[in-house]
Design a protein around this ligand. Structure first.
Ligand code: SF4
Length: 290
């Protein structure tokens, strides 16, 4: 069964052809050293904060440990309620506190899959916490439209109906915490920042409609009995969207006329290609989102 994550849904919504390249054809794109460094730091941060949640001694990695400690201290100061001792009054109300919490929901032939960085359930409310180590924090309007927010809350509302029917969509909330190390941040003193997104039944039904439409559309595209719509021809996004101008598949899509990415030069008279003439591929920051 095809498993759909929020990353898949974001890709599908933005450009089905890009979904085809990255997910169905498993093509990979190069990333810069800075992006790899940010990705590595983000993965270490998630691992260390998970170890802390489990009460384990954090694994030390490198000279960046000190920076991790500084980030953790800043996060504790900004959100003391998330790190209070288990015997404190608010913590005693917790019914469930789980890091790297996986849930799946069968939906229109697909397995919708989420992994919550931290999920906390109380008797009459629930909160999803997501740690973000992207270079630039994002604002509420952008986050509320992101499929991570919509899918995470949708799956929690649906699965919670089975486990604890008292908790409805109106009792759910998702909070993003943006944590950035000083050496990767454009700001000299990056403080942790949070954005909380409430949920309700109306948003839940809106997400259900959008998900249903996307799943049905994907099924149609993947249907081998429709050769003209087989996955080798998932639609390209309209050129007026502006997405092709920063997409690393612009050449493959023959969208270079709309792209900021220069075209790889033709072979010269010698018939050989000078590697210094090959342009650097520009990637959007979404490639290192974690
Ligand atoms: S170049 Fe444009 S059409 Fe092609 S995958 Fe990228 S965004 Fe989609």
């Amino acid at each position: 069964m095809f498993s759909l994550t929020h990353g898949h849904l974001n890709l599908l919504s933005a450009c089905p052809r890009k979904f085809q390249y990255l997910i169905l054809e498993q093509l990979t794109t190069p990333i810069s050293i800075d992006q790899q460094s940010a990705l590595d730091w983000g993965q270490q941060f998630h691992l260390l904060i998970q170890q802390q949640e489990l009460g384990l001694e954090p694994t030390l990695f490198s000279q960046e440990d000190n920076e991790f400690n500084q980030c953790m201290a800043a996060l504790r100061k900004a959100a003391p309620e998330l790190f209070s001792p288990v015997q404190d009054a608010p913590r005693t109300m917790e019914l469930l506190r789980s890091s790297e919490h996986h849930r799946s929901l069968f939906f229109h032939g697909y397995l919708l899959t989420v992994v919550y960085d931290l999920l906390i359930l109380y008797p009459h409310r629930a909160e999803i916490i997501d740690w973000k180590t992207t270079l630039h924090p994002r604002e509420f309007p952008s986050l509320s439209k992101d499929w991570q927010t919509k899918l995470y809350l949708f799956v929690l509302a649906e699965t919670q109906q089975i486990l604890n029917p008292i908790l409805t969509a109106d009792h759910l909330r998702m909070t993003y915490w943006f944590v950035r190390p000083r050496h990767l941040s454009p700001s000299p003193d990056p403080h942790p920042q949070s954005v909380s997104i409430p949920y309700n039944r109306s948003l839940h039904e809106q997400t259900r409609r959008e998900l249903t439409a996307l799943c049905r559309q994907l099924t149609e595209w993947l249907n081998p009995s429709l050769p003209s719509m087989s996955y080798s021809t998932l639609p390209q996004v309209n050129v007026t969207s502006g997405l092709c101008s920063t997409c690393c598949f612009a050449i493959r899509c023959q969208r270079t006329a709309f792209s900021d990415t220069p075209v790889i030069p033709n072979l010269g008279e010698t018939g050989s290609l000078n590697i210094s003439d090959i342009p650097e591929v520009i990637l959007d920051e979404g490639a290192i989102d974690r």
